[in-house]
Ligand binder design. Structure first.
Ligand SMILES: *[C@@H]1O[C@H](CO)[C@@H](O)[C@H](O)[C@H]1NC(C)=O
Ligand SMILES: *[C@@H]1O[C@H](CO)[C@@H](O)[C@H](O)[C@H]1NC(C)=O
Ligand SMILES: *[C@@H]1O[C@H](CO)[C@@H](O)[C@H](O)[C@H]1NC(C)=O
Length: 428
């Protein structure tokens, strides 16, 4: 597929390591009992070349995630490079005694994977790795998993062990223990993966789990451990000026809403597929760009995946072009396929609505994906991507930072609400 043709970009590193110290602060933020603090990496200063490479890579990773070849027991793992500032991660515990690993919360996949002790490649060197021998409760399921990348594979075994997420514990959660990572590029800017994540926690549905395992959240719903069958997410916007490597990234609440993080009602839309859903896919109805309606190419609605593991927003090239046509001075980015440039002094106003018609504005700051100081052009966070018809739109963090998101098991739906002042203050 398309992804295979790309030259390897620097990246490959998925999983970074961490100590728990980033997370010792949350109690002072008045967290609800069912909530976990998220963190994310601080926006890093980058050269234009690095920004271009990262933008290319992000699109490649999304294309691979949604359109790449899938083999049995394989998953398209989201990949985070050192300069990623928009991966949202939280600590979970695995094993007995429980050891903490930071994992990326990814509503666009449904498996749990962590780097394993057996991984000795350079890409794994700095990661906090899972060592089956350190856990009294680990069971090796003797089943392989393989994750294909643009140019190589990540492989490992499936195991089962005790998983704790916040105050909830699952005794026998199947997850992937990755033992083989491709070597990273030789580019020192990208080859070294820093803390903090060690893996991915997929928050999509069992029907999408390549490990064929019930995701922890569905298990908690089905075993009636939650008052409400919901997961709620506030993804904070990076302050952009922290000296630290990571900063608070919002809040993940299990089995409840955090009523301090939104105002007004939560507006739910049913998923496009409600029988055996795979992803959190909503019927996208309208896009307004600079106050003008943009045709989505559909008379009714068009599927859009809500994906916290994707940084930007990707959609069909004709609609993306129509959006930029409302922004004077915009043009396709000659350096990064699928992306567009626009004059940085334009404040771009985009509003999105799903089937119920409620409009959700996207902050102009989130539309501005990259600003190169030496240039008057900025790269927009909406980019074109050829995907399969099943997933024409992917709404990543650039959208999700603007809403309080509630993922509801029954009826299968996603709700959005307006962020509260408190949530916005946490957005930096
Ligand atoms: C744990 O889960 C695995 C995989 O689903 C299963 O084979 C095994 O029997 C389970 N063990 C226990 C003790 O529940
Ligand atoms: C959403 O689905 C539920 C259950 O299937 C149904 O009762 C409800 O009417 C649906 N809502 C809309 C707006 O279609
Ligand atoms: C948009 O984001 C910027 C940067 O975080 C913030 O200062 C501004 O208040 C936001 N605007 C709205 C309308 O939320």
């Amino acid at each position: 597929m398309l992804a295979l043709k790309f030259t390897p970009l620097s990246l490959i590193l998925v999983l970074l390591s961490s100590t728990a110290n980033v997370f010792s602060r949350p109690s002072s933020r008045g967290l609800k009992p069912n909530s976990i603090s998220l963190s994310h990496k601080t926006k890093q200063p980058r050269t234009a070349a690095e920004s271009n490479m990262l933008a290319k890579f992000r699109r490649l990773a999304v294309m691979h995630k949604y359109g790449g070849p899938m083999t049995p027991m394989s998953a398209s793992l989201m990949i985070y490079s050192q300069n990623d500032d928009e991966g949202y991660f939280a600590p979970v515990k695995l094993g007995t005694p429980g050891k903490s690993y930071d994992v990326i919360l990814d509503t666009g996949s449904a498996d749990l994977w962590v780097a394993g002790q057996a991984c000795t490649s350079a890409a794994c060197a700095q990661l906090t790795k899972f060592n089956p021998k350190e856990s009294d409760s680990f069971r090796d399921l003797k089943l392989p998993f393989q994750v294909s990348y643009a140019d190589s594979n990540v492989a490992g075994d499936l195991g089962a062990d005790t998983l704790a997420v916040g105050r909830f514990t699952i005794q026998n959660q199947t997850f992937g223990v990755a033992s083989n990572f491709p070597n990273a590029m030789n580019d020192p800017n990208f080859a070294t993966v820093e803390k903090p994540a060690s893996g991915i926690l997929g928050l999509a549905w069992k029907a999408f789990a390549t490990s064929n395992t019930t995701p922890f959240w569905e298990y908690l719903v089905e075993s009636k451990q939650w008052d409400m069958p919901v997961m709620s997410l506030h993804l904070a916007r990076s302050s952009g000026n922290s000296k630290q490597n990571t900063e608070p990234g919002g809040t993940f609440t299990l089995g409840a809403y955090d009523t301090t993080l939104y105002t007004g009602d939560i507006h739910f839309n049913n998923l496009t597929v409600t029988e055996n859903p795979k992803k959190w896919t909503l019927p996208l109805a309208h896009i307004l760009a600079q106050g003008k309606p943009v045709s989505t190419g559909s008379e009714t609605t068009i599927p859009a995946v809500i994906d916290s593991g994707t940084t930007y927003v990707y959609g069909p090239s004709s609609t993306i072009e129509s959006i930029y046509n409302t922004i004077s001075g915009s043009k396709p980015d000659p350096e990064t396929d699928g992306y567009w440039l626009y004059p940085c002094d334009t404040r771009v106003a985009i509003e999105i609505s799903f089937a119920d018609g409620v409009k959700w504005p996207i902050n102009a700051t989130d539309f501005m994906a990259d600003k190169d100081d030496s240039s008057t052009y900025c790269r927009g966070a909406f980019a074109a991507m050829p995907t399969g018809a099943e997933d024409p739109w992917i709404f990543g963090a650039a959208f999700m930072k603007n809403v309080y998101t509630v993922l509801r098991f029954s009826p299968p739906s996603v709700g959005f609400a307006t962020l509260s002042e408190k949530a916005l203050a946490g957005s930096g």
